[in-house]
Unconditional design. Structure first.
Length: 179
């Protein structure tokens, strides 16, 4: 069986621990890396610096996925239903530009697909979608203790209270897309 070439997607929607746990559940996802992008200060940002909100970076995940198994459109639909894309710079208790809802596109095709998904999904939300759509900037991998956070810390309070309900929603809404 010939394997398709993997594609990259870079998405942010609040704390990267949450979206990493959700996206890791999808068929066709080969790898998810938590990190930072979209900032304006030079150099490699740290978690503490990004959390200050002063660097301009967003907490994001970079996904390697097989488009023959999981289309970019389906990936975005899961993304858009895994958080509130109508809330500017906030997801739950996390507030600040570092927690913005954002799609960093890697090519024009991804940009066009994201624009279509925004239009298709808009009627499902009471408020306008405010998810940022920007070209990919330099991506910085987050520190090791942020990689696979839910998998390594599932009994921790934040994981049980914040991440597990997102996983339950994923399983309810998108069971056909799960590994």
């Amino acid at each position: 069986m010939k394997r398709s070439k993997l594609e990259l997607a870079t998405l942010g929607c609040g704390c990267f621990w949450c979206i990493e746990a959700v996206i890791n559940e999808l068929k066709g996802v080969e790898k998810v890396i938590s990190g930072y992008t979209g900032g304006t200060v030079p150099g490699r940002p740290t978690y503490r610096e990004v959390c200050s909100g002063l660097t301009g970076h967003a907490e994001v995940i970079q996904i390697s996925f097989d488009p023959s198994i999981l289309s970019f459109e389906d990936l975005l639909i899961v993304f858009m239903t895994s958080h509130d894309p109508t809330t500017l710079n906030r997801q739950g208790a996390d507030a600040g530009t570092q927690y913005r809802s954002v799609i960093y596109y890697h090519n024009e095709a991804q940009k066009e697909i994201a624009e279509i998904v925004f239009k298709e999904m808009a009627p499902y939300f009471q408020d306008p979608i405010v998810t940022e759509l920007s070209p990919i900037a330099e991506f910085f991998e987050a520190e090791n203790d942020h990689q696979g956070y839910y998998a390594n810390n599932s009994s921790q309070g934040y994981c049980r209270v914040v991440i597990e309900p997102k996983l339950a929603k994923l399983r309810s809404m998108h069971s056909e897309k799960l590994k």
